[in-house]
Design a protein around this ligand. Sequence first.
Ligand code: R5P
Length: 290
Amino acid sequence: MIIVPGPSSQKLGRRIAELMRAGVVPVEFKRFPDGESYIRFDGTVEGADVAIVQTTSPPQDESLIQLFLMADNAKDLKARTVTAVIPYLAYARQDKRFRPGEAFSIKTVMKLLGACGVDRIITVNSHNPSILKAFAIPVEDLSAIPLLAEHFRGQGFKGAFSLSLGKKALDVVVQANDVLQGGYGYVSTRRDRVTGEVAIEAKPLPIKDNDVIIFDDIISSGGTMVKAVEWAKEQRARRVYAACVHPLLIGDAQQRILEGGADGIVSTDCVPSPVSVVSVAQLIADALAR
Ligand code: R5P
């Protein structure tokens, strides 16, 4: 297998290649003065099974275009198969038409990946893995939640309460609780589709005087996490940490979460950020080797 570390996942791509002892084809990339992307493979992919590692966190449109260019290029240059490793899959939250007339964005993205010759996708904690099964390309959705939980266990948080945001994400805290074993539960979140305002609807949970780790797939504006942290603090939780797989951390999200009372934020390197301390490289290398 040959690994192509895309412009948005240089470090993670190279780490995966090291772990797999796989060859690397570096990518020369630049942005033209008008904003268009340029891509060139500095090596051959002919006849190889190629894994392109390219997260699609902001600037997501540019990252996606680069991914389309790399996948199509690999196929043109006679790669045998092309796997797109997309640690953070952009547009996954627009997984249906919530309001009449809206674009079903993830469907369009999947269609374009197929048209560019992608044979398989590996992603991590995609927002709605079940919707991905509806599309033509096989998708493997990995979970980094046990890795995040193991990080906290290693920091002395065994016995902390695992809290998820929304009943649908309960499986996330079941996975976390397997590691932390301090009990789990959820608070419901409701987002106003027009204003984007988030409200918490919660029943009491046994978190008073307990450490609480709040797990979410994505922290984007931080609005959801801030509300959850504030709620946990109101319930007199001891230490409260925010854990997420994809730290988009738009604007002052990190600061707002800390000001809301969080004792820290811990994330994975699916998206490079100052809090991406847990690596998914081995998780992805294992999936690619299967
Ligand atoms: C929502 O369904 C997701 O799981 C996250 O809670 C959400 O995307 C976070 O967005 P924000 O940080 O903007 O509140």
